[in-house]
Design a protein around this ligand. Structure first.
Ligand SMILES: C[S@@+](CC[C@H](N)C(=O)[O-])C[C@H]1O[C@@H](n2cnc3c(N)ncnc32)[C@H](O)[C@@H]1O
Ligand code: SF4
Length: 384
């Protein structure tokens, strides 16, 4: 039997400052003891392997936080460790997220030497004022320089931009997007600003400020984005991710296809089938110190592990799969969950969504139309 593919997610929880829009599990200030951290990451990889020895390593993703703050030697050691545990019989995708304010040519070269073959840069904007509004610690020049360096050093690179913030117009976004596409290398992530509870932006909106675009402008911006990208040969393979053929993020596709991944590091979660074929859900402790201590004493840093019921799996797989342009393959769903996708869908509600042009359900796939993708959350609430 073929081994199941596996993604390894490694979370680095530190940042140089907290961006006012961001609710990721990240911390600013004193880092935990480096020696202990290294030991904990290596040990957590070992225990993840105990649960998934029947898998083939497909991708490694260093996310954060700001993993470009990691010592490159640590990324090298973790990559080598993962390869030695799961084995490696083919080229794997190894991504590192980087903040332009934390990198230079030497660090990039060191990461490349460590085994990173795909870089994902948090550019966010190519406008100095917007970078200030977003609380970024890098200038437009530094952002451009980071892209130029990444292009020259890594086989593949991508970057993130944020749009749909207050005062943005169709014209200003089109100009920035076109400039961004001149610099892009086959993959780009374009996120509409969301106001997340617990962030500084959230507190400002609670006081009455308006920080993102209003009314239908968000939908118009999204539509225009898709059209411009399509003209440039990029497909919106996921709601916020666009790629030329062959440049898709293999690691993120594992999440959206509901395939298996283990989560290493503070706050990281995992979803994988264990040796008994049971889909497991793991959630790691969020605090870096608590996570490290738990791994060093208990061998794992989990706050919870659960056996996911077919109902849980179906809900999660639908939520993830509908983000994809190609939607959910019925056969893949049945092979993963053990039940037919149709058994989880309410026929009356499906009819309404199809009649309204939100989604289509053909012989082998269920997928959202562009109108549905713009309203994903409302649709999921309606039928799940
Ligand atoms: C972990 S960060 C990327 C790496 C690095 N920490 C950085 O910021 O440069 C992940 C990405 O999520 C996006 N993001 C985070 N919070 C967001 C929000 N509230 N609205 C839109 N995009 C957001 C940003 O584009 C950010 O680059
Ligand atoms: S956007 Fe990136 S740099 Fe900013 S706080 Fe979030 S994880 Fe850290």
């Amino acid at each position: 039997m073929d081994k199941r593919p596996l993604g390894v997610y490694i979370h680095w929880p530190y940042c140089i400052s907290k961006c006012p829009y961001c609710d990721f599990n990240s911390y600013v200030g004193a880092e935990a003891n480096r020696t202990k951290m290294r030991e904990a990451y290596l040990k957590a990889l070992e225990s993840a392997f105990q649960d998934t020895p029947n898998h083939t390593l497909q991708t490694i993703f260093f996310g954060g936080g700001t993993p470009s703050l990691m010592p490159p030697e640590l990324t090298r050691d973790l990559i080598e460790k993962a390869k030695s545990l799961w084995g490696q019989n083919h080229e794997i995708e190894i991504t590192l997220e980087a903040n332009p304010a934390t990198v230079d040519q030497d660090r990039f070269l060191a990461f490349e030497k460590a085994g990173i073959n795909r870089l994902s840069l948090g550019i966010q904007s190519l406008d100095e004022n917007v970078l200030k509004f977003l609380g970024r610690r890098h200038s437009k020049e530094e952002a451009l320089e980071a892209i130029t360096l990444a292009r020259g050093i890594f086989p593949r690179y991508s970057f993130d931009l944020i749009y749909a913030y207050k005062d943005q117009t169709l014209e200003s976004w089109e100009t920035m997007l076109r400039r961004g596409l001149e610099l892009a290398g086959g993959h780009i992530s374009l996120y509409q600003l969301t106001i997340e509870p617990g962030t500084a932006f959230y507190a400002r909106t609670q006081r009455g400020e308006i920080l993102n675009v209003q009314n239908d402008l968000g939908a118009e911006l999204y539509e225009m984005t898709g059209e411009i990208l399509k003209d440039e040969g990029y497909s919106g393979y996921e709601i916020s991710n666009y790629a030329k053929a062959g440049h898709e993020s293999q690691h993120n596709l594992i999440y959206w296809r509901y395939q298996d991944y283990v989560g290493i590091g503070p706050g990281a979660h995992g979803r994988y089938k264990n040796l008994e074929g049971q889909k497991m859900g793991t959630q790691s402790l969020r605090g870096p110190d608590a996570w490290i201590e738990s791994v060093l004493h208990n061998g794992h840093g989990f706050q919870s592990t659960e056996k996911l019921s077919p109902q849980n799996q179906a809900t999660e797989m639908i939520m993830m799969g509908l983000r994809l342009e190609n939607g959910i393959d019925f056969n893949h769903f049945e092979a993963e969950v053990g039940t037919k996708l149709k058994d989880f869908l309410n026929p009356k509600k499906m009819e309404v969504l199809i009649a309204e042009g939100y989604l289509s359900s053909h012989e082998d796939t269920l997928k959202l139309h562009p109108k549905g993708r713009r309203n994903l959350n409302a649709i999921l609430q309606y039928f799940l």
